[in-house]
Write a protein that binds this ligand. Structure first.
Ligand SMILES: NC(=O)c1ccc[n+]([C@@H]2O[C@H](COP(=O)([O-])OP(=O)(O)OC[C@H]3O[C@@H](n4cnc5c(N)ncnc54)[C@H](OP(=O)(O)O)[C@@H]3O)[C@@H](O)[C@H]2O)c1
Length: 229
């Protein structure tokens, strides 16, 4: 039976590259989710193994929507919570809406997705959270990123909590705290900065990690960074 991979935040940047990489593997079906399914359907039109579905982590009834989407697959072998919302503003300028939407996409939405996904996952499955070095304890911190980086820290913590709660299930939960990779989000966070890693290179690491590391690593938060930021 082919491997079922779910990638959330698949329309651009690292998520788009992840879809390309999994779609080229034999025996791999990919469910690609983001708000922009029209763009995804165009970009991934060459792959019969990729299904693109509109999904908004900041929409209505996120858990129910995810349950409806996952009802279309028998099982989930790999789920990569890659979607992310950046808010880059001085602390006193942050509005309640900035903070809410950042936490909704980066944290609350992931709770809902995992509540919908876990009934489809069993021993040998792997959940990978995509966090940031900004949310990694002891790392260099940057002004303007308080909402974003604390939300990414929550995602790391959620990984450890899920690993504990599901320790008897054989499902692995890991979290990658990414350093800079060249994407639109990086340009928004650090205008003009040139990352030492492309989105495609970062996706290669994440795809390999998601496919095999769960045999050796469970419940861990792993920094994946060549640079600061
Ligand atoms: N690039 C870096 O240097 C870096 C460093 C550390 C961590 N990260 C993390 O790595 C992940 C990927 O980053 P990236 O740089 O590739 O970002 P990106 O280019 O901004 O892409 C973000 C993806 O998230 C999706 N997304 C955003 N809001 C969404 C929502 N409400 N519902 C569903 N999907 C949503 C976007 O799709 P739509 O707009 O189509 O919905 C897009 O596919 C993020 O979690 C980010 O925080 C990146």
């Amino acid at each position: 039976m082919s491997k079922q991979v779910v990638i959330i935040g698949a329309s651009r940047g690292i998520g788009e590259e992840l879809v390309h990489q999994f779609a080229k593997q034999e025996d791999c079906q990919v469910l690609a989710l983001s708000r922009n399914s029209k763009q995804m359907s165009e970009v991934f039109s060459e792959y019969p193994s990729v299904t693109c579905v509109t999904f908004d982590l900041d929409g209505d009834k996120v858990r129910e929507t995810a349950e409806r989407i996952f009802a279309g697959v028998d099982k989930i072998d790999i789920i990569i919570n890659n979607a992310g919302k950046l808010v880059n503003k001085p602390f006193l300028s942050l509005t309640a809406e900035d903070i809410r939407s950042c936490y909704q996409v980066n944290v609350m939405g992931v709770f809902s997705v995992m509540q919908a996904a876990l009934p489809k996952m069993s021993a040998g499955a792997h959940s990978v959270m995509i966090s940031s070095m900004g949310g990694f304890q002891g790392s260099v911190k940057f002004a303007g990123l308080s909402a974003y980086s604390t939300s990414k820290a929550a995602l790391a913590s959620l990984t450890e909590l899920l690993a504990e709660e599901y320790k008897e299930s054989g499902i692995a939960f890991n979290c990658l705290a990414l350093g800079a990779a060249q994407t639109e989000m990086l340009e928004e966070a650090f205008p003009g900065y040139q990352a030492p890693v492309s989105a495609s290179q970062m996706a290669t690491f994440i795809a390999d990690f998601s496919s095999s590391a769960h045999q050796w690593i469970k419940g861990k938060i792993i920094p994946v960074s060549l640079s600061t930021p």
